[in-house]
Design a protein around this ligand. Structure first.
Ligand code: ATP
Ligand code: MG
Length: 362
C-alpha cells in the first residue's frame, strides 16, 4: 500500500521541472527518501546548491502538485555544497570548497558590481562566501564593500585576516598596497601577489570564493588559470556586439584550461526610465542569449541598467545588502542560485577522498 503511494508521489514529483537544475527532482537525484506514516508522507529533498530563498517557492509549487493526493505531505528540504573538480595539476584548497572566477573581455561591463552582488546573494541563499578582488591594477571591492585600512595579521598562523563586510570574507590588493604601486607590475609579481591572496589569507570554511578579475586575458588571468584551483567561471558582458566579441575571448580562455564556464550574465541589458517606467534595449537585445546558445552555456540572468545598482555599489553597500527585498536583489539571488546549480552539476572533486599512497622499501 505505502509502496504504491510513494510511487505515486514519485510520479507526481517527476512532473516538476526544477528551473535551476533544468530537470525533474527525481532525475536530478534531489529526492532522497519518502517516508510514509499513516496518512502522512515526508519527502527528503537535498540540493547541491544553497536554496534558502528558493525553499518557500518550491514548497508552494510542490503543495500545488500534491494537492490532489488525499494526504498530508511534509518536506524536509536541505542543501549540501561539495567541492568540484579544478584544473589538472592544480591542488584544491582545504579552506575553500569552490573558487568561481568572474571575468569579461572588455573593461567596465560590471564584473565588480556583479561579483559583489553575486557573493552577497550566495550568502543570502545560505552559503559561506568570500570575495577576492584580483584586479591588481584597479581594485574596486574596498569601495564597493566600504572596507578600508590594512588587514590584520594572525601572528600565530602567519596569515592575513580577510575583512568582514556584510557577513562575507573580503580581500583586495587595494588594501595591501598604495594606490599607484601595482600599475607597473608584470608577470612574476602579479603571479606572486595573486597566489598570496589565495594561500596566505586565512579564508575560513568557504563554500564559494568569488574572484573579481581585471578585464581581458592578461597576467592575472594567466596565473589564475595555471596556479589557482578554479571550479567554474562566470562571464559578464553587455549586449553590444563588440563587448560580446571580447567576452567570447574570455570564454575561450577558460575552455582552454578546462575550467567549466557556468554561464553568462548580461549586464545593463535594458534601461528602465525612472520617470515613465518605459523600458528600452539601448545596447541591443538578446546578445547574451545568443552568446550562451552559440557556446552551449547558460544565460544566468540579465540585469537592467539601473541607477540604484550604481549608486549602491559606489557608496559601499551593494544592492543585495542595501535593498534585500528589491526586485534587483531578487534578480541577483536568482543568478546566484543558477550559478551554484550549474556548478553542482559539474564533476566533483574526489582528490581528498583518495588516501595518500606511500611506497616503502622494507
Ligand atoms: N546594471 C548596472 N546598472 C547601472 N550601473 C551599473 C550596472 N552595473 C555596473 N554599473 C556601474 O558601472 C560602472 C562599472 O562597473 P564595474 O566597476 O562593476 O565594472 P568592471 O567590469 O568591474 O570594470 P573594470 O573592467 O574596470 O574592472 C560602475 O560605476 C558601476 O556602478
Ligand atoms: Mg572591476
Amino acid at each position: 500500500m505505502s509502496k504504491l503511494i510513494s510511487e505515486e508521489i514519485k510520479d507526481l514529483l517527476s512532473q516538476y521541472q526544477d528551473p535551476y537544475l533544468s530537470s525533474d527532482l527525481v532525475t536530478a537525484k534531489v529526492l532522497r527518501d519518502i517516508k510514509i506514516e499513516e496518512n502522512k508522507a515526508t519527502l527528503d529533498l537535498s540540493f547541491g546548491f544553497p536554496i534558502d530563498g528558493y525553499k518557500p517557492i518550491l514548497e508552494a509549487e510542490l503543495n500545488t502538485l500534491f494537492a490532489k493526493l488525499d494526504m498530508d505531505i511534509a518536506y524536509n528540504i536541505s542543501f549540501n555544497i561539495t567541492s568540484h573538480a579544478v584544473q589538472q595539476n592544480v591542488k584544491p584548497l582545504a579552506s575553500i570548497k569552490n573558487i568561481i572566477a568572474v571575468a569579461s573581455g572588455k573593461g567596465g561591463v560590471g564584473k565588480s558590481t556583479t561579483s559583489v552582488n553575486l557573493a552577497l546573494a550566495l550568502q543570502a541563499e545560505g552559503a559561506n562566501v568570500g570575495i577576492l578582488d584580483a584586479d591588481i591594477y584597479g581594485p574596486s571591492q574596498p569601495l564597493m564593500l566600504g572596507v578600508e585600512g590594512k588587514p590584520d595579521v594572525d601572528d600565530e598562523k602567519k596569515k592575513i585576516l580577510p575583512k568582514i563586510a556584510y557577513g562575507i570574507q573580503a580581500m583586495s590588493m587595494g588594501l595591501m598596497v598604495d594606490d599607484e604601486q601595482p600599475m607597473i607590475w608584470r608577470g612574476p609579481m602579479v603571479t606572486q601577489a595573486l597566489e598570496q591572496m589565495i594561500r596566505d589569507v586565512l579564508w575560513q570554511d568557504l563554500d564559494y570564493l568569488i574572484i573579481d578579475l581585471p578585464p581581458g586575458t592578461g597576467d592575472v588571468q594567466l596565473t589564475l588559470s595555471q596556479k589557482i584551483p578554479v571550479s567554474g567561471a562566470v562571464i559578464v558582458t553587455t549586449p553590444q556586439d563588440i563587448a560580446l566579441l571580447d567576452a567570447r575571448k574570455a570564454l575561450k580562455m577558460f575552455e582552454k584550461v578546462r575550467v567549466p564556464v557556468l554561464g553568462v550574465v548580461e549586464n545593463m541589458s535594458i534601461h528602465i526610465c525612472s520617470n515613465c517606467g518605459h523600458s528600452e534595449a539601448i545596447f541591443g537585445a538578446d546578445g547574451g542569449q545568443k552568446m550562451a546558445d552559440d557556446y552551449d552555456v547558460k544565460l544566468l540572468g540579465q540585469l537592467p541598467l539601473d541607477k540604484g545598482i550604481r549608486e549602491n555599489a559606489d557608496s559601499g553597500k551593494p544592492t543585495v545588502a542595501a535593498s534585500p527585498d528589491s526586485d534587483i536583489a531578487a534578480m541577483y539571488r536568482d543568478i546566484a542560485r543558477k550559478t551554484a546549480a550549474q556548478l553542482s552539476l559539474k564533476s566533483k572533486d574526489y582528490s581528498s577522498a583518495f588516501p595518500n599512497i606511500v611506497i616503502e622499501n622494507n
